[in-house]
Design a protein around this ligand. Sequence first.
Ligand SMILES: *[C@@H]1O[C@H](CO)[C@@H](O)[C@H](O)[C@H]1NC(C)=O
Ligand SMILES: *[C@@H]1O[C@H](CO)[C@@H](O)[C@H](O)[C@H]1NC(C)=O
Ligand SMILES: *[C@@H]1O[C@H](CO)[C@@H](O)[C@H](O)[C@H]1NC(C)=O
Ligand SMILES: *[C@@H]1O[C@H](CO)[C@@H](O)[C@H](O)[C@H]1NC(C)=O
Length: 178
Amino acid sequence: MGLKIRFVELIVLLFLINQISSKVEFTNIKCTCLDPEFSNFEYCFLKSVNRTYKYLSLKVNLLKKPVTKIKVNFAVLKRFNGYKPFMYNVTVEACRFMKNPQSNPIAGYLHSLFKNYSNMNHTCPADHDVIVDKLSIDFLNKQVTEVLPFPQGDYLYQTKWFAYDIQRATVDVYFTIY
Ligand SMILES: *[C@@H]1O[C@H](CO)[C@@H](O)[C@H](O)[C@H]1NC(C)=O
Ligand SMILES: *[C@@H]1O[C@H](CO)[C@@H](O)[C@H](O)[C@H]1NC(C)=O
Ligand SMILES: *[C@@H]1O[C@H](CO)[C@@H](O)[C@H](O)[C@H]1NC(C)=O
Ligand SMILES: *[C@@H]1O[C@H](CO)[C@@H](O)[C@H](O)[C@H]1NC(C)=O
């Protein structure tokens, strides 16, 4: 009996050590515009300033402003043989969510990953271009590994952006946890 408890404690300890030492490396970002009449990406990149400071920036020009109906599908995929759905596949009516962010905790978590670095922080309509500015990888690292630990592996954080129920763009962020 005592031995069993120790064994469980050991597993928990190993698990915690593994979590503490886990690290995220962002490997790529891919922004795809599916409807150039509606919007386009002015830029979309990952930048390494030095070994410790990396960031992600993107800018979307909206060509049919204001936009009053926005839907976002977020999914996390993990690579096995190709990328397979792993955790979360949520679709959020963004205008409804922004009015009442507490209504959807998962969407709240996903939004918290970039909201402090973005002008996507207010209720609809979206009446200006959309920016994510220097979203620090170090910040994402903390959110992903400390707030919500993931097992090691290659991942894809995929977001699909819809306006008026038509998909207009995708933003795919690739990362590795090791
Ligand atoms: C990396 O760049 C950032 C921003 O320029 C700077 O604050 C930081 O000190 C640099 N770190 C190293 C290790 O050079
Ligand atoms: C998420 O769910 C939607 C609707 O159920 C589906 O069309 C989509 O392919 C799913 N995405 C992933 C990455 O599995
Ligand atoms: C975003 O900024 C607010 C206000 O400065 C702060 O209270 C909050 O903790 C920040 N969010 C995250 C996820 O860091
Ligand atoms: C939203 O983001 C913009 C641009 O970063 C900033 O100027 C503004 O204060 C933010 N508003 C809120 C409510 O956080």
